[in-house]
Design a protein around this ligand. Structure first.
Ligand SMILES: [Ca+2]
Length: 184
């Protein structure tokens, strides 16, 4: 894995040692998909498992998620996930929520391969609810080998939590996501 060095208070630290705020970032913990409402089943035909701490934004951006039990080809651990666009809209995978403060800077990254495009997007919320998205720049990630994509994000005013989202067009394999705070 490539190392990213950050300068913090006169001491270089490896980004890998910073606290990852995402739950189950390597997609190793898998849960059976619980169908809570009919629309969910219709929106995600064929999806039977979901990594714990992650969900498909099925109402707006449905698509196919497949858990790949393939240690030889995983970037890390025993598994990775494949996100496939099945409709005209992108597929959107959402991670766990993290508390944040205005002005804080974060690095959101994930390892990817496949054929398609990805946008690392962060949904932001204040106490009243959803405010808007930040990031979300589309990147072509077509590659047979794992590559790491990254986005640096600064939390705007009046936000108290964020949800990290992976937007995909085409078919993109994902592993080892990371959301870590950076020093300003
Ligand atoms: Ca993994």
């Amino acid at each position: 894995m490539a190392s990213l060095f950050l300068w913090t208070g006169g001491q270089a630290v490896r980004a890998e040692e910073l606290k990852n705020l995402l739950t189950n970032p390597g997609f190793e913990e898998i849960a059976p998909l619980v169908i809570g409402e009919p629309a969910f089943k219709d929106s995600l035909p064929g999806v039977t498992e979901m990594p714990k701490g992650w969900m498909i934004n099925y109402s707006a951006y449905p698509g196919m998620l497949t858990v790949m039990y393939d240690p030889e080809n995983s970037h890390g651990g025993m598994k990775y996930i494949r996100l496939e666009q099945t409709k005209k809209v992108m597929v959107a995978l959402m991670g766990s929520a993290a508390p944040v403060k205005t002005g804080e800077k974060y690095l959101f990254s994930i390892w990817v391969k496949g054929k398609g495009r990805i946008a690392l997007t962060v949904y932001t919320y204040n106490p009243k609810g959803f405010v808007g998205s930040i990031g979300g720049e589309w990147m072509d990630v077509s590659s047979a080998e794992w590559k790491e994509v990254k986005a640096e994000l600064v939390i705007p005013e009046d936000r108290e939590r964020i949800v990290s989202a992976v937007h995909v067009e085409g078919s993109v394999d994902c592993d080892d996501a990371r959301l870590v705070p950076l020093k300003n």
